[in-house]
Design a protein around this ligand. Sequence first.
Ligand code: GRF
Length: 214
Amino acid sequence: MSKRRVAILISGRGSNMESLIAAAKTSDFPAEIALVLSNRPDAPGLASAKAQGIATAAVDHKIHAGRASFEGSMQKMLEAHRIDFICLAGFMRLLTESFVNHWAGRMINIHPALLPAFPGLHTHERALKEGVKLHGCTVHYVVPEMDAGPIIAQAAVSVRDDDTPETLGRRVLAQEHVIYPLALRLACSGALRIEGGRVYGGGGADGALVSPAA
Ligand code: GRF
C-alpha cells in the first residue's frame, strides 16, 4: 500500500509535529509527512521542519479577509502538495464546517484532555480546579464541533497533589507524543472503522495507555 501524504497543521512550537515526523521515518509507517503548514509564518515548528528537509508553507490568516478565503488558500496549498490526510497539532484556528466536511475521515486532532471532559483551552488548570484524579490526552477525528469527534486513542496520567498546570501539562504532553504517532499509524493503515460516532479496529489501543508513574 502506498503511503498516505500527510500535512501537519501547526501554529506554534510543534512538539507533536516532531513526534509525528520522527515516527514517519520508520520504513513500515503508513504515512509520510509531505507538508508542514502554519497559519503563523513565525511558528518555531516551521523552521524546525524546514531544517529537517520537509516542505513547509505559511498561510497567514491575518492577511485574509475572512475564514473562507484563508481556508481557500490552505486548500490550494494542500492540493499543490497532493495531501490526502491532515494532522492538526496545536493549530489554533477554528475551521469552517465546509472545510471540515471536505476532510471528513481524513483529518485528526490532538487535544490535551480526556475528551469529552475539558474541551477548549486551559485544560490543565481546569482539571486541577475540578479535582479530577485522572487527566490526559485524546486523538480524535475532526468534526465541525470543536474538540469533539470519534476518539482514536487516549492516554491518562494520574494527577498529583502538588501538581501545577505546568507539571501536569508536561506529563500529559509526554503522553501526547506517544499516542499521536500511534493514532496516525492506525488511521493511515486502514485498520479503523467509524460507526455511530465511535472508532472500531484500534486493537484495544484506545484507553489502554494509563501511565500513573509518567
Ligand atoms: C498540545 O498540547 C496539543 O494537545 C494542543 O496544543 C498543544 C500543541 O503543542 N492541541 P505543540 O505545538 O505540539 O508542542
